[in-house]
Design a protein around this ligand. Structure first.
Ligand SMILES: Nc1ncnc2c1ncn2[C@@H]1O[C@H](COP(=O)(O)OP(=O)(O)OP(=O)(O)O)[C@@H](O)[C@H]1O
Length: 255
């Protein structure tokens, strides 16, 4: 008998991923009466990291917020084939869509441990072993007020809160923003380990981090998805990155 083979996500001719945990089609979203997402199609691959890229203000954060139901949206959003486009945020989270917001949103006055406790989702297993294995420092600093942590440490708390619950997919918005190079590397390593247990949609401006982590890339311009395909292929095309991101990336190793 032929052993069963694990199927790998394969990019189709249109650049979409044939095996996706989360799929978005024709997404539109509004903030303060303004249409900030015009037409986004994207697939988050069932394994590894899918990067959501684009220049400032093209709608990356708004796309993620729209998936979470945090801003008004229309279009198709499916999680493992289930329609979640009309669900409120708490239901989307309950179904296993984890969200790590750009501004980290830790509760400053609460301790690190309290920040984790408050993130425990009802009806889910809570993976404290995984979290403390990834972030030993958070155990050591359990009784410290989160507001007194450094930016990098607060980012760890934010990631840990999402990883605590068993997610089907994690949406992570600019986790390395404003961090010193050493911390960028540290966060990158944590993300790599996180992506071994849960597929990730990652908004990230640091293209070296994208190069290190992402298998697939979706690129937005002006609220629209305009490119999807293998991340390495995209990053190795200096003309395309210049046109879509405004930066020219070179061959392997040079971002
Ligand atoms: N609360 C708001 N009120 C008005 N306009 C907003 C608001 N939030 C976002 N926008 C606008 O929506 C557009 C998309 O913003 P969004 O934050 O989604 O882009 P982004 O690609 O994530 O940008 P960045 O990379 O700078 O974080 C921008 O033009 C932004 O100015």
């Amino acid at each position: 008998m032929t052993p069963a083979t694990q199927s790998e996500p394969v990019a189709t001719a249109t650049g979409q991923v044939s095996e996706a945990v989360l799929s978005v089609r024709g997404l539109q979203a509004h903030v303060a009466g303004q249409q900030v997402v015009e037409h986004v199609d994207l697939d988050v691959a069932a394994t590894g990291v899918t990067a959501l890229l684009g220049r400032n203000g093209v709608g990356k954060t708004s796309t993620i917020k729209a998936v979470m139901g945090l801003i008004g949206r229309s279009g198709q959003i499916t999680l493992e084939g289930r329609d979640i486009a009309d669900l409120p945020t708490h239901k989307v989270a309950q179904l296993g869509v984890g969200y790590v917001p750009e501004d980290r949103e830790v509760f400053s006055a609460l301790t690190v441990t309290e920040n984790l406790r408050i993130a425990e989702r009802k009806g889910h297993d809570h993976q404290y072993d995984l979290v403390y294995d990834l972030f030993p420092e958070l155990k050591e600093r359990g009784s410290q007020a989160a507001g007194t942590l450094s930016g990098g440490q607060q980012q760890m708390v934010s990631l840990a809160r999402a990883l605590l619950n068993t997610n089907r997919v994690l949406l992570i918005d600019e986790p390395t923003k404003g961090l010193a190079p050493r911390l960028v590397q540290e966060v990158g390593q944590v993300l790599a380990r996180a992506a071994e247990v849960v597929p990730v949609l990652l908004v990230e401006q640091n293209l070296q981090v994208v190069r290190d982590l992402a298998n697939h890339a979706v690129v937005l311009t002006g609220g629209r998805s305009v490119h999807a395909g293998p991340a390495a292929e995209f990053l190795n095309d200096p003309d395309l990155t210049q046109r879509l991101l405004g930066v020219s990336t070179g061959a392997e190793g040079a971002v």
